[in-house]
Write a protein that binds this ligand. Structure first.
Ligand SMILES: [Zn+2]
Length: 77
């Protein structure tokens, strides 16, 4: 199961979007930052009941492509 429901939230404009997968969410956050300068954040609603899966996702976030992101994105761990 490689896909995970991710909610992206932008407190600056109140935008909320849901994505099936971290990649889509990350792309959206980066696009939103580029377009508006807003720092949207993501949430992983399933984390509370899926700690083991969180470990799997941590592996994804350990990739160089992810670790070089700015700190606001990294709150999602
Ligand atoms: Zn925004």
């Amino acid at each position: 199961m490689s896909q995970q429901r991710v909610t992206v939230d932008c407190p600056e404009c109140g935008l909320t979007e849901t994505f099936d997968g971290l990649g889509s969410a990350r792309s959206f956050i980066e696009d939103h930052r580029t377009e508006t300068g807003h720092e949207a954040t993501w949430e992983l609603p399933q984390l509370a009941s899926g700690v083991e899966r969180a470990g799997d996702e941590a592996g994804v976030c350990g990739s160089p492509d992810c670790t070089d992101t700015e700190s606001p994105l990294y709150q999602g761990e």
